[in-house]
Write a protein that binds this ligand. Structure first.
Ligand code: ZN
Length: 277
């Protein structure tokens, strides 16, 4: 049960405002940060349809791809507001391929104390809610760049570069300016037209300023995990919703998946399988 954070949606970062959060969570000091609805989450993700201006040879079908989905499809009994970033011409959403794992990697430089495990927890939550398999690769020294190469043979081999989770700042990633805590950039390819679009990877850039704040309390750490959860939602194809009780709201303070998040993630895990790359 999430502790009852008020549903205020604020337009500015408010970590210095005193917040009367009196839920009496034992042992938690009342830090103003991440109290009432101040959690700032990312702007809408921007997705790259096609390999864009980047010209790459499509990597081969990876050895860990399967002819059928790797985990059973998640069936939810709950429903609520959810949205997808992009659609195929037939109206179906653009999603990851459930017949292969999505590899991911972390650059631990600048991660808060315990942050690595919080990222893993968020990835585990998204895996459970989508029925998608995520495989953690060895930590990387790759840093966030706005125009990340989709294939980096020397660093990762001839495959889609894994989903990168790393801390950076708004000098590197302008989208992190202002009060934005993190930004997701799904890597979407369409080798044979819009109907073939799918998400193969991405990157999640976490703002160093947000990280510095988030390490101050257990609640801040929970917020850090939620921010990662939100960004992972973008990576698997989800867009923002207007309902602030959903993690996929652009500025929610809710720390746990809502009904629409659960329904959206279950649908996000029910995409098509591909065998062309
Ligand atoms: Zn977002």
């Amino acid at each position: 049960m999430p502790d009852a954070v008020p549903l205020q949606v604020r337009t500015e970062r408010a970590e210095t405002s005193p917040v009367g959060e009196q839920q009496g969570v034992a042992g938690w000091r009342l830090v103003a940060l991440v109290a009432a609805g101040v959690l700032v989450v990312a702007l809408p993700a921007w997705s790259r349809l096609g390999v864009g201006a980047e010209v790459v040879d499509l990597p081969p079908v990876p050895a860990d791809a399967s002819a059928s989905r790797l985990l059973p499809q998640v069936v939810t009994v709950v429903s609520g507001p959810h949205a997808f970033i992009a659609s195929h011409p037939d109206g179906s959403p653009v999603l990851p391929d459930p017949c292969r794992p999505m590899h991911w990697t972390m650059n631990t430089d600048g991660m808060p104390d315990g942050g690595e495990d919080l990222v893993r927890e968020a990835v585990g939550q998204v895996s459970a809610a989508t029925g998608l398999v995520f495989v953690e690769d060895a930590p990387t020294t790759e840093t966030i760049v706005p125009d990340r190469a989709s294939v980096q043979v020397e660093r990762y081999g001839d495959r889609w570069a894994p989903l990168l989770v790393a801390v950076t700042d708004d000098a590197t990633m302008a989208a992190l300016g202002g009060d934005v805590a993190a930004v997701a950039q799904p890597t979407t390819i369409e080798p044979s037209g819009a109907g073939s679009a799918r998400v193969v990877s991405g990157q999640i850039a976490v703002d160093a300023e947000f990280v510095a704040d988030s390490v101050r309390s257990p609640k801040g750490q929970a917020s850090f995990r939620m921010v990662i959860l939100h960004e992972l939602g973008h990576v698997v194809g989800l867009d923002h919703v207007d309902d602030p009780t959903q993690v996929m709201h652009g500025r929610t303070s809710y720390l746990y998946l809502g009904s629409g998040d659960k329904e959206g993630l279950a649908l996000a895990g029910a995409g098509r399988c591909f065998t062309d790359t």
